[in-house]
Design a protein around this ligand. Structure first.
Ligand code: SF4
Ligand code: SF4
Length: 309
């Protein structure tokens, strides 16, 4: 079977599994991305995310991460949800965390896809990833033609927007490669102008991770620095502001993944209920959710921080 037909069958299977984008790129050293990552790390823009410094060689070369790999199959899974939190004064949680933890949901789909590849093409070696190893997922997806990396540093597809999770199958099967697409940010600066903490560089395309609300509310251990008091725009877990304002997200359509349905009662929680959140309620409500990552203490820290205005 030729590479073109193989690639097309893999893409059909990906679509059948619910992925709304699938593209393929060559597994090779990523020269430009390596230089950019090195400069970003040197400036300390990764804050306390020291894990981003480790496994540099593997991070910038999927053929080192998965020895012998020839292809990266990049996949996108929609999580856009039109439902909003009902109390406008309630602390805001990022849309991606409304339902069941995406790592589990997307991982299972990737496993199915890789099983299909092995059953169809025989002895294929590889691994699947979803935010789970030193993988430059956005850069790989850009190389696979899934979108361009916008000034807000998110991957944007001209017909789908940016509310999607990324995952990859990296394997030693030769496939037909898709090229990157153009950058359509143009003269727009909406995300830069809207970012409450000025985490996006004035010219865009570079993010000070250590100032991003997603980092401050999820990744950061210890106290949130006082200089961010009054700037979090009521965000308690993650931040979608630079995606919400992006004009390309007018094309976003609601996901149809039942496991991403908002946790029961989550969108109805009032500000008072959030502020009084107890550990048993946290445990019950966020069982199986990405919000568990902060642990109860982390979420409480964020809630307390929001009171400082
Ligand atoms: S996620 Fe929020 S804080 Fe981070 S860059 Fe975007 S708008 Fe700024
Ligand atoms: S808001 Fe504008 S500048 Fe920012 S990523 Fe979207 S299109 Fe690009």
């Amino acid at each position: 079977m030729d590479k073109k037909l193989r690639s097309s069958l893999i893409k059909s299977k990906a679509s059948e599994l619910g992925f709304f984008l699938c593209g393929i790129s060559r597994a090779e050293h990523m020269d430009e991305e390596a230089a950019r990552l090195e400069a970003w790390l040197k400036k300390g823009l990764h804050g306390e995310m020291g894990y981003l410094e480790s496994h540099f060689d593997k991070r910038v070369d999927p053929s080192k991460l998965v020895p012998g790999a020839k292809s990266v199959i990049s996949l996108a899974y929609n999580y856009y949800n039109q439902e909003m939190q009902e109390d406008p004064s309630a602390p805001v949680i990022s849309m991606y965390a409304y339902g069941r933890d995406y790592h589990k949901v997307v991982r299972k789909k990737l496993d199915h896809l890789f099983d299909f590849i092995r059953q169809t093409y025989g002895d294929v070696t590889g691994r699947v990833f979803v935010d789970s190893a030193p993988v430059l997922e956005r850069d790989l997806a850009r190389r696979s033609g899934l979108g361009w990396i916008g000034k807000n540093t998110m991957l944007i597809h001209p017909k789908k927007g940016s509310y999607f999770f990324l995952g990859e199958v990296i394997c030693d099967l030769e496939l037909e490669y898709d090229g990157p697409i153009d950058d359509f940010c143009g003269t727009c600066t909406r995300c830069i102008d809207a970012c409450p903490t000025d985490a996006i560089a004035p010219q865009g395309y570079v993010m000070d991770g250590s100032s991003c609300i997603s980092y401050l509310t999820i990744e950061l251990r210890g106290e949130i620095p006082p200089r961010f008091e009054g700037l979090l725009q009521n965000r308690v877990f993650g931040c979608d502001i630079c995606q919400d304002v992006c004009p390309w997200n007018r094309f976003s359509v609601r996901h149809d993944e039942s496991q991403f349905k908002p946790v029961s009662g989550l969108l109805q929680m009032t500000r008072e209920e959030w502020m009084d959140l107890s550990e048993p309620v946290f445990t019950r409500m966020f069982e199986g959710s990405a919000v568990k990552r902060t642990k109860y203490e982390g979420l409480k820290r964020n809630l307390e921080f929001l009171k400082k205005k």
